[in-house]
Write a protein that binds this ligand. Structure first.
Ligand code: LIP
Length: 282
């Protein structure tokens, strides 16, 4: 699989495009949020919901990306992507943290990443430009390969730096749970194993924001099983470009995605990989 990255000029242009469209879709989902957000459909289970605004945000992103980059493919969480010929695919989550959006919990984001390779196969792709935008806090996380990672809030831009945590017992760890009850039971058993060995657990509800939080030093580590490429694409790049370590069994993917401060590797990945094998049978 050819994972050669575009040159610096194009990478920089596509980072700016990712930031711009993530921000405009984020404004849409906040400014036009219905007073009573309704569930328009369910997917893998009765609690895996889609709202009208998830689809509107995706339609907005696809239209903007197709207009700017007609030869690129688009892979999104909701219906309506696009095929392409350029070798570049946009991997988009129109609202990551949909349940938080439904309940009005201010921890959801629009996630947009340009990648090379096949994003449907773990280990066969990598992001090179991307942005994660929380429209409630107005925090825009952005990154490109070799360019570092930054957070923009209003007119302020700050370079992201992970924590210097190097002791598992001191680690504040983020994680998440799937939409299927049986998977949640297994994930719960894994948390039971971890809890006595780390500082504490945080369940924010958005993998994209969790990964950016490791890059920003708001969490020391994060892991989750069952993620889709759109949940992790841009956050993966932000965490790596900030200087954190990110991985999984064959790279970040559905089987397992983890991220941590450099000082916590290999202790943290070894712990969550062993726990995932034990409780989730990988
Ligand atoms: C969510 C992820 C989160 C996970 C949730 C859900 P969605 O994505 O960001 O980490 O725990 O189960 O998958 O469905 O809101 O795009």
């Amino acid at each position: 699989m050819d994972l050669t990255l575009p040159d610096e000029a194009l990478t920089s242009t596509l980072e700016a495009l990712a930031a711009d469209v993530a921000r405009s879709a984020g404004r849409l989902v906040v400014d036009e949020r219905p007073d009573a957000v309704e569930v328009s459909a369910t997917k893998s289970s009765a609690t895996d919901v889609v709202t009208v605004m998830d689809q509107r945000s995706q339609d907005h992103l696809v239209a903007r990306l197709r207009e700017a980059r007609p030869d690129d493919a688009v892979l999104g969480e909701e219906s309506g992507g696009a095929t392409g010929t350029s070798g570049i695919t946009w991997v988009i989550d129109p609202i990551d943290g949909t349940v938080n959006y439904l309940y009005g919990i201010p921890a959801y984001a629009v996630s947009v990443a340009a990648v090379v390779g096949d994003p449907t196969t773990a280990g066969a792709w990598r992001p090179f430009a991307g942005a994660v935008y929380n429209p409630v806090t107005d925090e825009l996380y952005r990154a490109r390969s070799g360019g570092g990672a930054h957070v923009v809030v209003g007119d302020d831009q700050r370079r992201l730096v992970p924590t210097t945590c190097s002791e598992l017992g001191q680690a504040l760890v983020g994680t998440g749970f799937g939409y299927a009850a049986q998977r949640r039971e297994s994930q719960g058993r894994l948390v039971l194993d971890l809890l006595p060995q780390v500082r504490d657990i945080r369940r924010i509800g958005s993998a994209a924001l969790d990964l950016c939080s490791v890059g920003a030093g708001l969490l020391d580590a994060y892991y989750e099983t069952g993620l889709n490429p759109w949940d992790l694409a841009a956050g993966w790049l932000v965490a790596v470009e900030a200087g954190a370590v990110v991985g999984g069994f064959d790279g970040p993917g559905e089987a397992l995605t983890w991220a941590c401060a450099r000082g916590l590797a290999p202790a943290f990945p070894d712990l969550v990989e062993a726990g995932t094998r034990t409780h989730l049978g990988y």
